[in-house]
Write a protein that binds this ligand. Structure first.
Ligand code: NAD
Length: 505
């Protein structure tokens, strides 16, 4: 049963009964076409705004992973494996349509689980997830190999390649965009004919469970989409080491990704790692400051800063530094703060008390290391009861400080003045990460030149955090390797087989 504080919170914002009944019950696994609770052991799910218990989610074990993998392997050999590409496409589109009908429930589950702004969940998370399925549905029928003209074989031959699904995919996802990041992996894996065992974060299992139920309702065969819940070090680890998994697609922190990746390689899994970031933002003397300030604020404070490619360190040309800072301060102070379910909120609670404490420690360190507070949380701050941190901006930051080196994953922006573009590029590229970078300038020459020099997988020009299913997303260096989305993602879920036919023997 949910605690009274959560029930009152739901009543205050008129949460639909369908949402209440979906969350106010023990949450199990979704294995082999049905929800199962294999053990009575539960992990408490805490609602981020009230910091009160929402419900319990099954604390899964390696035996649950075994069951899910067996089901996924069975489905590969069953009707799913035999289904024509066009029928697979229809099923994926049916799932997208079911999500469209269920959009309001899904948006509520994201706002409730993550604590995020429901306006963002409605505008970004849910439509973005649907678009991804719709885009990849079209790829089911275009996964062709090629015929080749052999150049060094004796006699006559016929040579060609074929593409086959890689097999069973483990999709391990984080808590900041639970539905959208799951859809990044699921859509392409399904399009390629794989089956999937999903492992949501133990903090945010709700939308993945809803998605699995929807998939079953629209006719996905049992075992094609499984969800196993529980702690990362148990379920994630069991998936990474499981011999029945062919491909691991992981999104999460660099620390966990490094360890999961090593484990996956011990059993020679195909591997994609989408990891952390510390993305730089360069604002040149030729930038439109209205555009730059508003996009920088979105780029760092969206989802309360809990975004992998958040633009968290700004290098501002000396000629516009003061003016930009003034705009950033005003914009940050005007941001509506409140409950995730309040449609007017933009800055909402962080996902958990533990994560909020970690962000506060970074803020305290920034104060102690000499960064100058422009607006937001003072040192020893964070006295609110509701899990929220104010949008916080520091100036005079440098790479010697943690605020310019470490991923904070909260509403904290660092700014520094630069005198030349060369200096900006050198400092921007000094990070171990390489997920994204943003450039603000009205000069085409300047933006194209900078985009070539910056070390990052995603470059945003006069904007931040744009995502489109056609565009591959992924990083360099400590931000990982492999891509989600775009046609580039497909190869991660396909094996290429080379066939040689000797003719006229
Ligand atoms: P995390 O690494 O703690 O957890 C990610 C997932 O891994 C969760 O499902 C978790 O349960 C699981 N996990 C945890 N420990 C594990 C272990 N020992 N073995 C196997 N699995 C384990 O990350 P998080 O706190 O959920 O998410 C925040 C991080 O994710 C940030 O670093 C952020 O930058 C990153 N992220 C990256 C991208 C991207 O596309 N590059 C997108 C979103 C988030």
């Amino acid at each position: 049963m949910m605690q009274q504080a959560v029930a009152d919170y739901f009543a205050r914002f008129g949460v639909p009964m369908e949402v209440v009944s979906f969350v106010d019950r023990p949450i199990g696994h979704f294995i082999d076409g049905r929800e199962t609770v294999a053990t009575a052991d539960r992990i408490d799910l805490v609602e981020p705004f009230t910091r009160s218990r929402l419900t319990g989610v099954v604390n899964g074990t390696a035996a649950d992973v075994d069951m899910a993998v067996a089901s996924a392997r069975g489905a590969l050999a069953g009707p799913w494996g035999k289904m024509s590409a066009l029928d697979r496409q229809k099923l994926i589109l049916r799932l997208a349509a079911a999500m469209e009908t269920d959009a309001d429930v899904l948006a509520h589950l994201e706002a409730i689980g993550v604590g995020k702004a429901i306006s963002d969940a409605r505008l970004i998370d849910v439509p973005g997830s649907i678009a991804n399925l719709e885009y990849f549905a079209g790829w089911t029928s275009k996964l062709d190999g090629r015929t080749t003209n052999a150049v060094a074989l004796p006699g006559e031959s016929f040579t060609y390649t074929i593409k086959e699904p890689v097999g069973v995919v483990a999709a391990i996802v984080p808590w900041n965009f639970p539905l959208q990041i799951l859809s990044w992996k699921l859509a392409a894996a399904l399009a390629c004919g794989c089956t999937v065992v999903c492992k949501p974060s133990e903090l945010t299992p709700l939308s993945a469970m809803r998605l699995a139920h929807l998939a079953s309702k629209v006719g996905f065969p049992d075992g094609v989409i499984n969800v196993v819940n529980g702690y990362g070090h148990v379920i994630g680890q069991a998936l990474a080491s499981h011999r029945g998994i062919d491909k691991l697609s992981f999104t999460g922190s660099t620390r966990v990704g490094t360890s999961v990746g090593k484990t996956a390689l011990e059993t020679m899994k195909r591997l994609t790692l989408e990891l952390g970031g510390k993305s730089p933002v360069i604002v040149t003397g030729k930038a439109d400051l209205d555009i730059a300030a508003s996009a920088i604020l979105v780029g760092i404070f969206m989802n309360s800063g809990q975004v992998c490619d958040a633009g968290s360190r700004v290098y501002a040309d000396a000629s516009i530094h003061e003016e930009l800072l003034a705009r950033l301060r005003t914009g940050a102070e005007d941001m509506p703060i409140g409950a995730g379910l309040d449609p007017n909120s933009k800055i909402t609670p962080l996902v958990s008390s533990a994560h909020r404490s970690s962000v506060l420690q970074h803020i305290d360190a920034a104060h102690a290391e000499g960064a100058v507070l422009v607006t937001g949380e003072g040192s020893g701050g964070g006295g609110r009861e509701d899990g929220i941190l104010q949008p916080t901006i520091f100036d005079q930051c440098s790479e010697k400080m943690g605020i310019f080196r470490e991923e904070i994953f909260g509403p904290v922006l660092g700014v520094s003045r630069v005198n030349t573009l060369d200096d900006a590029v050198e400092r921007a590229n000094s990070s171990i990460y390489g997920l994204a970078a943003a450039i603000y300038s009205d000069s085409v020459d300047e933006t194209i030149a900078l985009s070539r020099r910056l070390k990052a997988g995603n470059i945003y020009i006069n904007a931040h955090g744009l995502v489109d299913p056609t565009m591959p997303f992924g990083g360099l260096g400590a931000s990982g390797f492999g891509k989600d989305m775009g046609p580039e993602q497909l190869d991660g879920f396909l094996s290429t087989k080379s066939v040689y036919v000797q003719l006229n023997r």
